[in-house]
Design a protein around this ligand. Structure first.
Ligand code: Q9C
Ligand code: ZN
Length: 689
């Protein structure tokens, strides 16, 4: 007899169900999903052992005793409460994996996509498969890929259906290949079919009689769930929530899709929530702050009928790709906090996770929560990062129109609990888990991080930038206006500033700049002093390491004198520089600083540029005119200065290398002798604000 029939039988009679505390948790695992692996035994992080270690751990810990499917099911059904625990350990119900139907795949994928995945199975030669895979971003195929992909999608459907029917309370599909990067017509990021999106669509469209009308998808994989987001972007039945590293658009899958400004469209407006980390090393405290201040309040209002978790464990401590630090305890609290919704109807589907030990530990912690086996215990030592509170506030503001609870201002008492100083202490690595040095070494992505604002432009067959033929009209308009861009930091060195215009890299730069769209050099360079205070603040940058970077006080003060190097560039170029200085992934279909802004800044003096408010230099300041051309600089806001003074944001002297770059700029510009320049920088970094 088929396992499913047995489950459909006795389990569906609620009289057989034990007390409410005794949770029926389904598990699916199938060795055939291990037949998908990178050809040539190439080392690939998305490897078969990922699911094997989880399955082995659940068996060795007694959470999923391998009694053979039949025996397992029978004991699960026939045991009464007392019998259902062996040696005090509650156990899961094991279901058979199932192939997905093409009809169900077609709920979210094109026929071409399905045909493509099918076509990679055995009849095609290895070299053809390789050629096909090479057309996609981070994809491999072997002879087992198609079968594994069908089983992964079908298994998530199977668990989701059983939970929706009430035959299971919750479940975990231990599947691979993962799914959340797969788009309607494109496999990507190790993902072939979008397992979670398929199961979600299946319940909402094919099994409407089950009464699952609203589904919350929580994607806690360290990468943005771009595929899932797109599939439900206009659908208010699905609240898609993703927390992921974004690093201002530079972290995989890179670009703007994972930005918090992506909130859904049409009827789906407000039903898409992205929480984009700005940097690596986020851990339990950061994730739980997001749960407490975004996800949980929204979930209370949304009131889902079911929760499906895109459960990647690549934000776990020790993951080689993620660089974050979520502990098994962290995952268990995140999950436990979701158990209050939808009567605990939670379906977990494995996505990423590439440290085998962390995978097993994290998955086990989650299963224990689903079983409600023992109280969740542990301790959290760390506070969230300063950047985490900033991200949380941005997300709350962005979504407050849809979820009124988010409009409430977070109290200072809450956000004062934060880490402002990054420590590379030994406690980073004294964890029981494996630890990769990349976590500690991977710096903050901040102002001095050079990004590639135009890097995700589509490139035509003949390798031409499409942008070249479809430049937005604001560019030609603003290209006719000149401004002076006044610099006081490392851009005082001409070679360095030219990278922002022409692209490329100069000494000390970690990554090349893409430059501006118009790569014309500045038409003139002059030096001037301004009555503004120069100071150094913030904690570190990935280019310079620990130490503050230069700011000028946006308000003038006759007691002060700051040397600035002025470049005559167009207002169009200024927009590209503004974007690069603030490392935003914002796409410049509209100018950040247009003619209207240029007009009003002459009376207002300062304009904080909203789309790049995540950056540190988003406040454009008007410094007067030279040859009747307006002089603009970019720095922090006056309220940021207050935060520096109050200690809310850190003040730090520049590191040696950064200070030397400034001195070189001043000396090269013939403004000061080396001794004078060095005294000038020293004073700016030591005199209290
Ligand atoms: N430079 C999941 O975790 N990285 N996918 C490619 C290319 C791909 C991760 C890096 C990461 C995909 C499901
Ligand atoms: Zn991932």
């Amino acid at each position: 007899m088929d396992v499913k029939d047995e489950v459909d039988g006795p389990l569906s009679r609620s009289s057989d169900v034990a007390t409410p505390k005794d949770r029926r948790v389904g598990l699916i695992y199938d060795e055939r999903m291990c037949q998908h692996y990178a050809p040539d035994y190439e080392d690939h992080p998305e490897c078969p052992d990922r699911v094997r270690v989880i399955w082995d751990r659940l068996n060795s810990s007694g959470l999923a005793k391998r009694l053979g499917y039949r025996a397992r099911i029978i004991t699960a059904i026939s045991e009464n409460v007392a019998d259902s625990t062996r040696n005090g350990i509650k156990r899961c119900i094991i279901l058979n994996a199932k192939d997905a139907d093409d009809n169900h795949l077609a709920l979210v994928h094109t026929k071409n996509h399905i045909d493509l995945i099918k076509s990679t199975s055995s009849e095609r030669s290895e070299s053809r498969r390789k050629r096909t895979a090479a057309k996609f971003n981070s994809i491999y195929f072997n002879e087992g890929s198609s079968e594994a992909a069908y089983l992964a999608a079908g298994s998530v459907i199977e668990v989701a259906e059983k939970v929706a029917e009430g035959k299971l309370d919750s479940g975990f599909a231990i599947v691979r290949p993962p799914g959340h990067h797969a788009e309607e017509a494109e496999p990507m990021g190790f993902c072939l079919y979008n397992n979670v999106a398929i199961a979600t669509s299946f319940l909402l469209n094919e099994r409407r009689e089950l009464g699952i009308n609203k589904i919350l998808i929580v994607d806690w994989d360290v990468h943005h769930g771009n595929g899932t987001q797109k599939m439900f972007y206009k659908d208010p039945r699905v609240l898609f929530f993703s927390v992921h590293r974004h690093d201002f658009g530079t972290f995989y899958p890179a670009g703007d899709d994972g930005s918090y400004i992506m909130t859904g469209e049409g009827p789906g407006a407000g039903y898409n929530i992205n929480v984009p980390w700005e940097n690596s090393r986020c851990g339990d405290a950061d994730y739980l702050a997001v749960w407490d201040h975004i996800l949980i309040p929204v979930a209370q209002q949304f009131n889902p009928d079911m929760i499906i978790i895109s459960a990647g464990f690549d934000a776990a401590i020790g993951d080689p790709l993620g660089g974050c630090r979520v502990s098994p305890y962290g995952y268990s609290i995140m999950l436990d906090k979701l158990m209050e919704f939808a009567g605990g109807k939670i379906v977990m589907a494995l996505e990423g996770g590439y440290n085998l030990k962390s995978l097993a530990n994290s998955a086990q912690a989650c299963i224990e929560v689903l079983l409600q086996d023992k109280p969740v215990i542990g301790t959290l030592e760390a506070y969230p990062f300063e950047s985490t509170w900033r991200v949380i506030q941005e997300v709350r503001q962005q979504l407050s129109a849809y979820w009124p609870i988010l409009a409430v201002k977070l109290s200072d008492k809450v956000i004062d609990r934060r880490i402002t100083q990054i420590q590379f202490s030994s406690s980073d690595s004294d964890d029981e888990h494996e630890h990769t040095p990349s976590i500690a070494l991977d710096g903050f992505k901040t102002v001095d991080d050079v990004i590639q604002p135009f890097a995700n432009l589509k490139v035509n067959e003949d390798g031409q930038d499409q942008e070249a033929t479809t430049l937005p009209s604001w560019r030609s308009e603003l290209s006719k206006i000149n401004i002076w861009y006044a610099t006081f930091g490392s851009n005082m060195s001409i070679s360095r500033f030219l990278c922002y215009i022409e692209g490329g890299q100069t000494e000390g730069m970690q990554k090349p700049c893409v430059g501006s769209v118009d790569k014309t050099k500045p038409k003139e360079i002059i030096w001037k002093t301004f009555p503004h205070r120069l100071f150094f603040a913030r904690e570190r940058t990935s280019t310079w390491g620990p130490g503050g970077v230069a700011f000028v006080h946006p308000k003038s003060n006759d007691q002060e004198k700051t040397y600035m190097c002025l470049y005559k560039i167009t207002l169009e170029q200024f927009n590209d520089v503004l974007l690069q200085e603030n490392v935003s992934s914002y796409n410049l279909s509209h100018p950040l600083f247009d003619l209207t802004a240029l007009q009003s800044i002459q009376t207002e003096k300062c304009i904080s540029v909203e789309p790049v408010q995540r950056g540190w230099y988003h406040n454009v300041v008007y410094l007067g005119k030279e040859e009747d051309i307006p002089i603009l600089t970019m720095t922090c806001t006056a309220s940021d200065v207050d935060s520096f003074i109050s200690g809310k944001f850190p003040i730090n002297p520049p590191c040696k290398e950064y200070a030397n770059t400034l001195i070189k700029g001043l000396v090269g510009g013939k403004q000061l002798s080396e001794e004078e320049a060095s005294a000038y920088i020293h004073e700016a970094s030591t005199k209290p604000l």
